[in-house]
Design a protein around this ligand. Structure first.
Ligand SMILES: [Zn+2]
Length: 364
């Protein structure tokens, strides 16, 4: 077994101001963000003040939307090349961080198109990457993954050790302003990473220890955070949980709930974390039937898999109305059966079983 997570992670309150120099990984930065969150949270100001202290010029690309597309990362690539940026600072939730990773590879390899990212043999260099998460969910600050939406509408992740961020700053003060629905969808994304890591065929002793801790933190602190959203200590517990869960999937990858969730994020506009968590109890049941040892950690934390589902219900994961036509189910199940996630999910799956699972979540 192995454990590999080469990112230098600084965490705690006001952490950027305590480690300024470590952010300077080149001579000109491209700052990659969404429209608002980097500004509203104060993270952008903290970064700009460091760049100012060290007289490092930058350009700010702030057009990354949820579920970043080829178009968005290509624009970032062009800006980085045109302005001769030699390192990336990505601030925000998973979308800006993942887009920043894609831009880091594309800008260092001008001949590559986004399609080429999905084969890591196509490149052996990327710009250095700094990430600053402003949500507690994706774990992208400690992973070698980035997820993009392809022109055909399919969400796909690419993977390369080159896109492990070089330096990440985790400060929960950027997270206290998250509203309730963002807090829930991001926390259950982290929960999905930890649960899927445990269920995955690629789980390891160390990834299970990290996953157990991440799940326990979310179980204990998500309900409390929803009641006291501005409590920075609770926010910090969720931030740590999310980063631990990121370290888990850096080892194990994600499994079927992520693949199944991607389809309804794209086609039904359900946010990523919620879309994924909907499928966790169904897949956990399936895995348990196949290998009862696999679900023991989860059962120990929640009491049972039924209690796990009740927890998700209580925090609002199933508060949605969703329906699928036969054609949609045909399309999704085809896509799922050809996804890489299915290979690492214990159990036996076929198109009918996948369709049944989609139907089940419309009735919970
Ligand atoms: Zn996820």
């Amino acid at each position: 077994m192995q454990f590999y997570m080469p990112t230098k992670l600084y965490y705690g309150n006001d952490i950027i101001s305590q480690h300024k120099e470590e952010m300077i990984l080149g001579e000109k930065a491209i700052i990659v963000t969404g429209r608002n969150s980097a500004k509203i949270t104060g993270a952008l100001d903290d970064v700009l003040s460091v760049l100012k202290d060290f007289n490092v010029p930058y350009i700010h690309y702030d057009e990354i939307g949820e579920n970043p597309t080829y178009e968005m990362v290509l624009k970032g690539k062009e800006l980085a090349i045109k302005n001769e940026c030699d390192f990336v600072i990505a601030i925000g939730g998973g979308s800006p961080m993942d887009a920043g990773k894609a831009i880091a590879v594309l800008a260092a390899n001008p001949d590559l198109s986004p399609d080429n990212l999905f084969d890591m043999n196509n490149y052996d260099v990327a710009l250095p990457i700094v990430t600053i998460p402003t949500t507690a969910g994706t774990g992208s600050e400690v992973t070698e993954y980035a997820v993009l939406t392809k022109p055909n509408g399919r969400k796909s992740g690419f993977k390369s050790d080159l896109i492990f961020p070089d330096v990440s700053y985790l400060d929960s003060k950027y997270m206290v302003k998250m509203n309730k629905s963002l807090t829930i969808t991001t926390a259950v994304d982290a929960l999905s990473h930890a649960v899927e890591g445990i269920l995955s065929k690629k789980s390891t002793t160390i990834s299970n220890i990290l996953a157990r801790e991440a799940i326990t933190l979310i179980y204990n602190y998500l309900p409390q955070t929803l009641e006291n959203p501005e409590n920075i200590e609770f926010r910090e517990k969720l931030a740590i949980a999310s980063t631990l869960a990121g370290m888990v999937i850096a080892q194990t990858g994600t499994i079927l709930p992520h693949a199944m969730g991607y389809r309804i994020t794209i086609h039904k506009k359900i946010r990523h974390g919620q879309a994924t968590a909907l499928f966790l109890p169904l897949i956990a049941d399936e895995v348990k039937r196949f290998n009862p040892e696999k679900t023991k950690i989860i059962e120990k934390i929640f009491g049972s898999l039924e209690e796990f589902e009740k927890f998700l219900k209580k925090i609002g994961v199933y508060d949605l109305k969703i329906e699928f036509s036969e054609e949609e189910l045909e399309l999704y199940s085809d896509e799922i059966m050809s996804s890489s996630h299915i290979k690492n999910t214990p159990g036996e799956y076929n198109k009918d079983k996948i369709k049944e699972m989609y139907k089940k979540i419309t009735k919970i």
